[in-house]
Design a protein around this ligand. Structure first.
Ligand code: THU
Length: 134
């Protein structure tokens, strides 16, 4: 099977961005995780009147993947915003992604175009992961 291109995965993330619930920040984010078998798990940010209870798009997608039994076969994630500059994952999302895919490829999309590709190990060098607890 031909692997999904970065642009194709970003397109799925852009579709998800439309489902973001962002009445407080007005900053919609979409995410899509591609697994080795071609399965894609999507997410958007979902905010809450108790602001701290809000969840990011990446972690929505991550929780969907893990809870559906996909936690060690991630190929890449696309994260998209409407910004002119790349919106990189926040610290909490970097940490949670690191647990399952420390060298994950991350595609960052801004307003209508892919702006950057980077790896999680570049964004979170010397991360704290499961092996630290061995
Ligand atoms: N947000 C994400 O969805 N992903 C990130 O990596 C950064 C921030 C969301 C959280 C909140 O709903 C809005 O963007 C503004 O912080």
């Amino acid at each position: 099977m031909t692997e999904m291109t970065d642009r194709e995965l970003a397109e799925i993330a852009y579709s998800m961005q439309e489902r973001a619930y962002v009445p407080y920040s007005n900053y919609p984010v979409g995410a899509a995780i591609l697994c080795a078998d071609g399965t894609v798990f999507t997410g958007c940010n979902v905010e809450n009147a108790a602001y701290g209870s809000s969840i990011c798009a990446e972690r929505t997608a991550l929780l969907k993947a893990v809870s559906e039994g996909h936690r060690d076969d991630w190929v890449k994630i696309a994260v998209v915003t409407s910004g002119d500059d790349a919106g990189y994952p926040c610290g909490s999302c970097r940490q949670m992604l690191y647990e399952f895919a420390p060298d994950l490829k991350i595609i960052i999309g801004g307003k209508d175009k892919v702006l950057s590709t980077i790896t999680l190990s570049e964004l979170l060098p010397h991360g704290f992961g499961p092996s630290a607890l061995d």
